[in-house]
Ligand binder design. Sequence first.
Ligand code: SF4
Length: 887
Amino acid sequence: MNAMTDGGASVRTTCPYCGVGCGVEARVQPDGSVKVVGDRSHPANFGRLCSKGSALGETLSLDDRLLHPEIGGARVSWAAALDSVAAAFSGAIAGHGPDSVAIYAAGQLLTEDYYVANKLMKGFIGSGNMDTNSRLCMASTVAGQKRAFGADVVPGTYEDLEQADVVVLVGSNLAWCHPVLFQRIEAARRKRPMTLVVVDPRATATSESADLHLAIAPDADVALFLGLLRWLDAGGFADRAWLAAHVGDARAALAAAASFDLDATARATDLSREAVAHFFDLFARNERVVTVFSQGVNQSVSGVDKVDAIINCHLLTGRIGRPGMGPFSVTGQPNAMGGREVGGLANMLAAHMDIEDARARDRVARFWNAPNVARRPGLKAVDLFDAVHDGRIRALWIISTNPVVSMPDADRVREAIARCPFVVVQDVSASTDTARLAHVLLPAAAWGEKDGVVTNSERRISRQRAFLAPPGEARPDWKIICDVARRMGFDGFDFDGPAAIFREHARLSAFENDGSRAFDIGAHADVSDAGYADLAPFRWPRRRDATTADRRLFGQGGFFTFDGRARMVATPYVAPRRADGRFTLNTGRIRDQWHTMTRSGKAARLMAHYAEPFCEIHPDDASRLGVAPAGLVELSNARGAVVLRALVTPRQRAGSVFAPMHWSDGFAGNARVDALVAPACDPLSGQPASKQSRCDVAPFRAAWHGFAVSAVRPDPREASYWALAPAEGGWRVELAGTADPDDWQAFAGRLFGGSDDLEWLAYRDAGKGIVRLAAFRGGQLVAALFVAREPVAVARAALIGELRRVGAGSLRGAVLAGRPGVDRPDPGALVCACFNVGVNEIRAAVADGRAASVEAVGELLKAGTNCGSCRVEIRKVIGEAGALETV
Ligand code: SF4
């Protein structure tokens, strides 16, 4: 890595993971490594970071980096690669029209990257075919907020979550998916009374901290909030003066709720009447209520209605835009919001203007001096890949995302990309599942190597700053896009850096904006390069007069509709049909991983929490199907099949299973869960219902199970099931097979890439099917394989520890026994990723009386004292409320 900073100066930048948008300080160390700490001055996190943010410095290796442009797998010059892309796009447009090309990008891009990509596609190519993976994450909120507020606006701020008396989390595992925001709530709860309600079909780390968990039937959120709306109205909690002044006709919305009395709501949601009444009463009697919602709301065929059903309750009671109250969407990605600001979704134009608005098209055309502005919306993600599949899209540009893993019906998406006549992938990684299908690969600069801005969930725009030089020939995304645009013959792409793009973006936001458009950052339209370099985090809108800076919106009305009034939209409830006897497949994220693991999968400590893909299943379902705890389970439907580790737990509702969406073909043999997800979408937002697919579940019958550690990367592909993860000092891999290999030693040799200088120790019990092989070099363990008929019970963390004991020598007997030596206690499965504390260390501290509370464990072991995401798990260990289940 090449440092850009001298003398170890730290650089203030922003975390590239979730939509909390935490500020970080990165400092390049003398040895080239990078130390990352929280930025105490950043108003999103005030110095806090979660496990992912804390481990950022461990994800900056150049392993797997794409360093040079390639065509057909061969290295080429940048000029050749850019010419190739420009020619392919121009050729497709000339032969088949502008709608024969498409860009599919990501909420990982910086706003400046997004801006030029959107300008190229919608302004100059003249097609709306630019969509992004934000479609999978936020599109229902965008559509719901536009219906209700007239603009895609999150009204509140993070402070509201601390100032509320009741916080309702709907479809959000905030403790794992937005950990720092959750810790801000937890810190506030420790200081003052606050009631936390979680609405989620599944028990999670978040619900375990809640005062009330409503384990609602999947996809029944609209019914719950219709019931609440009726309750509020009938109970006299509507703010009639507010409604008269600031809200349109509420009658249709109330009529849709009319039949949802307490009994009907309880029936529709599969909740007890008492629990529903308790929730309604809490909401009704506390004015300061914030309703936070995330993917459990958005990723649904009724996602937009869910959003508006929530917003209706806040509009009816006038609880919006004032301290401690309001509907609050939390974004999944670091810059999903920035992408929306520039118009980076197929149905948007730019700066919060709509493609379908002729006046907006004319305004943008004049501003860009672009006579060929797209006249209609382009294809949304699912439709876009359908068009790739059937040949309507002939040239596809994929930027900074991995749709072969993350899109619904992922195998069909892979097939679509494979059959597309021209695919260019612009990315950081050389070997993503999608990059393998590209005709042209363009190496992009990564986090820490590029400059720009991102917007977090509370409309706060922060700088990402470079502190490393891009390796090889990698370039910033904005520059690659502008170079292609110029080669296609388009003017308007002569930017000399991201500051110039930001200025144009800010000018467009203010252009002919009399206050009727929410997004306006005109105050920064003339920012100098130096001012841009030093730009401090700020919330939009920030108009030239700056009177609207950093405040909540809608406290005094002022909605972005033609009459300034909000709309209460009727949201009729349609019960999902689940009469086929199959399981509901709920997909989601886990605490320490991010998207398809191309970055977070590099950090050994992030892989230690859950080292293999898993499926949560209720004990009754597991028992009925013959799925053993820690056994393997196959999930399948007409679209595909995956094999995952079974995590049998009452946290999961009977009839539903949960599986994380992170694992790609690079980390597991067959765990791309999105291959099973149906491409069913919300009809308004086009957002896929990634939490409600149907699937069958069956035990995966393995003849043998295995676990291995290796100092070098093993090649497990011979096994029927495998899941690979980096570990401190090497690698770990879980294995299973449907038939024994002829020769276990030969199998181990192929697995570990055997060499002649290894000394092998072996133990076998043919009758029990036990095989243990350990390879040493000079007394040091370099690889070990443990095989059994059942899932292998060995001290995994201790064995991984032996790989690290270079020079100390390994305890051969202990290694072969799969147990730690008496002087080397097994830390057990990881609980705290920030400080590498295992479950056995916490159990020991509790057992011998050194710690009896989460705080005491923190003082003793530091566990739980950084990001706090593991505090719930620590509490469980202390309480011994059931064994901590790990995989
Ligand atoms: Fe990054 Fe964690 Fe903050 Fe999200 S909560 S921005 S992942 S440090």
